[in-house]
Ligand binder design. Structure first.
Ligand code: KG4
Ligand code: ZN
Length: 329
């Protein structure tokens, strides 16, 4: 079964063709990062206009890279939320138009569910497939959720951030330290040249599985404002260590608590090398991590998730609409 995936929830215009939910036949991503970098963050109006320019060429490229024609496809999966309304609209309307024109079924995918399904795309390092029950740490620019998954489409959010998402915290820390945009990769890069010698607060929120990252960001801001940071590299290393220590400790605790078979990592922050390394080192339960290119926004993960939705008979009508504040479960 070949599914065309379409993803336009934020600032990446992406299309991919995935076979049987696991084999990537193509994975095309047009990033707008250079355009938004000028403003130090995503400008929603600019993002949606850019998606309009990029979407048709990207779909064409995904079809060409996969070597398939419309007649070879079995369905279309498209992100309906969460995300920027104007951006989501572009992908959803293109998906519905192709579905109508080519007589193909369409299914709307939750972007966060998509991130989780990046773990089903054949992992070239391990060849391991996810096993239920599992716990997944989703860490992106807008979300930090600990999700218990007992089967396909069965999610229980057992922990979440009470303020900033992990990726958002990285982005804000980068801005505070003048490291540029996007923040996550900039902080990780700067941290390589420093040592985690600066004391920053870890918000444990004892007795809960929730996270909080606004305190560490504010503490960093106070240090910078007070002129007490002599090495941005040391500050980046310290900040990164605090955020990742809390993420890893809480994820391992939840995995043990629910006696899961596997721990999965997902979302843009999952491309952070220290997070990947620490989680693998500290978890007594096997850890699955998607390839780097599948951690940040892409359409292969949407197509993979769409495959399982089609298997479960979840086909949407042409009244399918965007849900910018869509949640898991
Ligand atoms: O999943 P994603 O591509 O988009 C959303 O759905 O939000 O995640 C983007 C987030 C950004 O906040 C970015 O700074 C962060 O992921 N990120 C990282 C790294 N690469 C991307 N954070 C830490 N370390 C990284 N290497
Ligand atoms: Zn994302």
């Amino acid at each position: 079964m070949k599914i065309l995936g379409i993803e336009t929830s934020c600032d990446e215009t992406a299309a991919a063709v995935v076979e049987d939910g696991v084999r990537i036949l193509s994975n095309q991503i047009a990033s707008q990062v250079e355009i938004h970098a000028r403003y130090g963050g995503i400008v929603p109006e600019v993002a949606s206009r850019q998606h309009i320019l990029a979407i048709i060429p990207i779909v064409d490229q995904a079809m060409a890279e996969a070597g398939v024609n419309w007649g070879d496809l079995d369905g279309i999966a498209v992100t309906i939320g969460p995300g920027l309304a104007g951006s989501l609209l572009v992908g959803v309307n293109v998906a519905k138009t192709i579905a109508l024109a080519r007589g193909l079924p369409v299914t709307g995918v939750n972007h966060l569910e998509g991130h989780i399904y990046a773990n089903w795309l054949i992992n070239r390092d391990t060849e391991l497939a996810p096993l239920f029950p599992l716990v997944c740490l989703i860490v992106s620019g807008g979300h930090s959720d600990l999700v218990l998954m007992r089967g396909h489409g069965d999610y229980v959010v057992v922990g979440r951030t009470r303020d900033d998402a992990a990726g958002e915290a990285f982005d804000k820390a980068a801005r505070i330290l003048g490291l540029g945009y996007p923040g996550g990769p900039a902080v990780e890069q700067a941290a390589k040249g420093g040592v985690a010698s600066i004391k920053l607060p870890r918000a444990w929120l004892k007795g809960t599985n929730d996270f909080s990252f606004s305190g560490v960001k504010t503490a960093l801001l106070r240090l910078v404002e007070g002129g007490r940071i002599s090495s941005p590299a040391d500050a980046a290393a310290s900040f990164q260590e605090v955020v990742i220590d809390v993420l890893v400790t809480k994820t391992v605790a939840v995995a043990k608590q629910h006696r899961v078979k596997q721990v999965l990592l997902a979302g843009g922050v999952a491309s952070n090398g220290l997070l990947r390394h620490w989680l693998v080192e500290n978890s007594p339960i096997p850890v699955l991590v998607p390839e780097l290119i599948l951690c940040t926004d892409n359409a292969a993960m949407i197509a993979a998730c769409g495959y399982y939705r089609f298997q479960a008979g979840k086909v949407d009508g042409l009244d399918l609409d965007v849900i910018p504040s869509l949640r898991l479960a």
